[in-house]
Ligand binder design. Sequence first.
Ligand SMILES: [Fe+2]
Ligand SMILES: [Fe+2]
Length: 164
Amino acid sequence: MLEQKMKIALNQQVNAELWSSYLYLSMSYDMGGKGYEGMASWFAAQAKEEFEHAGRFMKFIGEREGKVKLMPIEAVKQTWDTPKDAFEDTLKHEKIVTEKIHKLMDMAVELKDYATQNMLKWFIDEQVEEEDAVRNILEKLQRIESSPAGLYALDKQLGKRGND
Ligand SMILES: [Fe+2]
Ligand SMILES: [Fe+2]
């Protein structure tokens, strides 16, 4: 059984993961609308992953005899001036999520909830990977500045996510 406090916090994380999915979906449509089809598909893949993260938390809550409480998902931003802005927001957001995961871990440690600690380990590794991937894209974006040819090449490369 999950302690009440842990259950509430995990349910809040379900909402945070769904909000992340919503945010990347919004970025996906915005980038697609601006002609960056590769980035649109990169963000769509990202949105799908966040939805799966929510699923992992929901499954875990259910397995620990908790009730999943789905809460309203807050509105997200609709438009970004440049791909760099979108990826900067992505990194900012992922850092916030990393902090949230770490706080959940602190709580699980404090409550001696070993099963939750184990489940959270996967997310701790996942956050390291996600932040690293986004940081790499941002470095490339900084290098090409606003060169149309550079942006075109990067867009093509990002469109390959999931296909290689
Ligand atoms: Fe996530
Ligand atoms: Fe994420």
